[in-house]
Design a protein around this ligand. Structure first.
Ligand code: FES
Ligand code: FES
Length: 162
């Protein structure tokens, strides 16, 4: 089986996997990183949302062979060590989530938080703060219907990100 190497949550990992194997299964089944959840496998539910070089992506739809040696993959497990995380045990977006008691069953929530952080970064890269239009673009599905609290937490988390 071919060998694949990339940076995962700040550490280099090397893994044997078929070229076509999707990164989500490499993360979960071969590397034991289970924060990114499986929902659909076809980039619809966004439960698997993680970051590739700091921006949101869906590892269920990316063959591991498309990830290069210097690519940085970050899952919810590595978010507290991100550059915009500050010194706390959790990323500010996670703190906002906890304070607002967003979670119901929890299944979609790692993906929701990873999308939220990416949206804040995208807005700031464009020289502005996250707003309603950005929130309206988010496609992560929550079967528990926590959307209202998610939106409040994203705005709160953005303020905490400084
Ligand atoms: S499992 Fe990746 S988008 Fe649904
Ligand atoms: S909290 Fe249950 S699916 Fe979102």
């Amino acid at each position: 089986m071919p060998e694949h190497s990339f940076i995962l949550n700040g550490e280099r990992v090397t893994v044997d996997a078929g070229d076509d194997e999707r990164l989500l299964w490499v993360l979960r089944d071969r590397l034991g990183v289970t924060g990114p959840k499986y929902g659909c496998g076809i980039r619809v539910c966004r439960a698997c949302t993680s970051h590739l070089n700091g921006r949101e992506f869906n590892p269920c739809s990316v063959p591991v062979s498309k990830v290069s040696a210097e690519d940085r993959v970050t899952t919810i497990e590595g978010l507290p060590d991100a550059e915009d995380a500050g010194d706390g045990e959790l990323h500010p977006m996670q703190e906002a989530w906890l304070e607002r008691d967003v979670v119901q069953c929890g299944y979609c929530q790692p993906g929701q938080i990873m999308t939220a952080v990416s949206k804040v970064r995208e807005a700031r890269a464009a020289g502005r703060e996250i707003g309603e239009e950005d929130l309206a673009e988010i496609r992560n599905i929550c079967r528990c219907g926590t959307y209202h609290r998610i939106r409040e937490a994203i705005l709160d988390g953005a303020r905490r990100m400084g």
